[in-house]
Design a protein around this ligand. Sequence first.
Ligand SMILES: [Zn+2]
Length: 80
Amino acid sequence: MPNATSPAPGRVVLDWRHAAIGPLAPCVLCGKPAICRSPAKGVPCHKGCAEAWITVRARDPEHRARLIAYCTPTGPGGAP
Ligand SMILES: [Zn+2]
């Protein structure tokens, strides 16, 4: 399966097809209601907010790749 994330600098795109969802709760980043849960911490968080967070936080391409991996959920059959 090809890597869905783009190596180009700029916009981060996360694959949250396997991300958990839950009842509406304030997003930890923007405070607006979200049903998505962060794969990294299980807290309410919009996918777009997480992508923007990574874009701002990443110091270099390697750090950015680590943050993307950290915030990408593993689907069924993935790592335990
Ligand atoms: Zn948000």
